[in-house]
Write a protein that binds this ligand. Structure first.
Ligand SMILES: *Cc1c(COP(=O)(O)O)cnc(C)c1O
Length: 387
């Protein structure tokens, strides 16, 4: 392929040229001191992106899913009680992983399109007088529905219940794109991957452990070898890995965190909010609705857009790929065929977003939806001109 459009899937995201180059490096001896000069800045950069002073950062050759497994297996034992909400495909998969590890799940079934129900968490935790629940899970940004949950509210609910459970947050599609405050929110394990906010190829699981989470390692008895952070920690102390590190990706991670910190995290978040605002203005102009049920839940990294009843939303995605060579996200699980998704995170500008909006609009008109060519683009243009 000689020409390349930006992608509008919510990960993997578009890669800036500078990161592609950072990842593409000659082989170096990962047991030499050169490796430490990549590893430690990468770990420190991630820590800053997580807004943590005290977290220990671990990076595995894996993906976000491996980050979930790292969190669970290092800190829990079979039969331990875990509280989670299911409000989309990613929270569902995390729950499935817990179940397969023999954890005892309390699941709050939550309509897809809604956020993590902090009030229900508070009731359940308050009722758990003997503190059987060890861990509370929250998916910060449900990538399947474009729903951003309020993690500060989850922390507040835990504190109001005076409950000592640990809080693990899936930030795979929020960290590095939307505000994430590991320390302020009392997050005990934060999880992400390399291919979303960090704008790199897939291949790294990135996790931050709070001191409270670190204190559980010796009592946790779930089997772990590859993901044992004790081995990883010992390696880091000597500038090495317990096995062969993904050196190029780690070099990319060092550079990606530098880029985010140089732009300024608050500026990165403002850019995502502005770009998302243009997409939302377009959706409104098309007369369509988001899957997220209220504005406080709108995600700045992905919009899941509901199409009219009787129309297969996946046709938009297929048509965009076939006719315009542009990638959008399909609906997953319960909302398959009902929504299509525009990913707007990572390396993206207003102008790039306009091309995605224009393409979605062409597809909808091609497929006979009652949408005016230019309506969404004009609404987004107005948004970008004035914000
Ligand atoms: C992408 C994503 C994952 C899965 O990450 P992989 O890197 O594909 O394993 C998990 N949670 C959320 C919220 C995601 O967006």
């Amino acid at each position: 392929m000689y020409f390349q459009n930006p992608v509008f899937i919510p990960g993997p995201t578009n890669m800036p040229e500078i990161l592609r180059k950072a990842v593409d490096m000659p082989t170096l001896d990962h047991r030499s001191s050169l490796f430490g000069e990549i590893l430690h800045p990468a770990l420190n950069g991630v820590k800053k992106v997580l807004k943590s002073k005290t977290a220990e950062i671990f990076v595995f050759p894996s993906t976000g899913t491996g980050g979930w497994e790292t969190a669970l297996t290092n800190t829990l034992s079979a039969g331990d009680k875990v509280l989670a909400a299911r409000n989309g495909m990613f929270s569902h998969r995390w729950i499935d992983m817990c179940t397969r590890h023999g954890l005892d799940m309390t699941i709050v079934e939550t309509p897809w399109g809604q956020g993590v129900p902090a009030d229900r968490y508070e009731e359940i935790l308050t009722a758990d007088k003997s503190h059987q629940i060890k861990v509370v899970l929250a998916t910060h940004n449900e990538t399947a529905t474009g729903v951003l949950s309020n993690i500060a509210a989850v922390r507040k609910a835990m504190d109001a219940a005076n409950h000592p459970a640990l809080l693990y947050v899936d930030g795979v599609s929020s960290i590095g794109s939307m505000d994430f405050r590991m320390d302020d929110w009392g997050v005990d394990i934060a999880i992400t991957g390399s291919q979303k906010g960090f704008m790199l190829p897939a291949g790294l699981a990135i996790v931050g452990f709070s001191p409270k989470a670190m204190a559980t390692l010796e009592t946790a008895s779930l089997p772990r070898t590859f993901f044992d952070i004790r081995d990883m920690g010992k390696g880091y102390a000597n500038n090495v890995y317990p096995y062969t590190p993904a050196v190029g990706l780690l070099n990319g991670l060092k550079m990606a965190s530098e880029m985010l910190l140089n732009e300024g995290l608050e500026n990165v978040f403002a850019r995502h909010n502005r770009i998302a605002g243009g997409v939302r203005a377009a959706v409104d102009a098309w007369g369509l609705k988001l899957c997220a049920v209220s504005p406080d839940l709108y995600s700045d990294t992905v919009s899941a857009i509901c199409t009219p009843d009787g129309f297969n939303a996946t046709d938009i995605v297929t048509h965009a790929a076939d006719k315009y060579d542009v990638a959008f996200g399909v609906g997953l699980g319960e909302v398959a065929g009902k929504v299509f998704r525009i990913g707007h995170l990572g390396s993206l500008t207003d102008v790039m977003a306009l091309s995605g909006i224009a393409t979605a609009e062409m597809c909808m008109v091609d497929l006979g939806l009652d949408v005016q060519l230019g309506s969404g683009v004009a609404a987004a243009q107005e948004h970008y001109r004035t914000s």
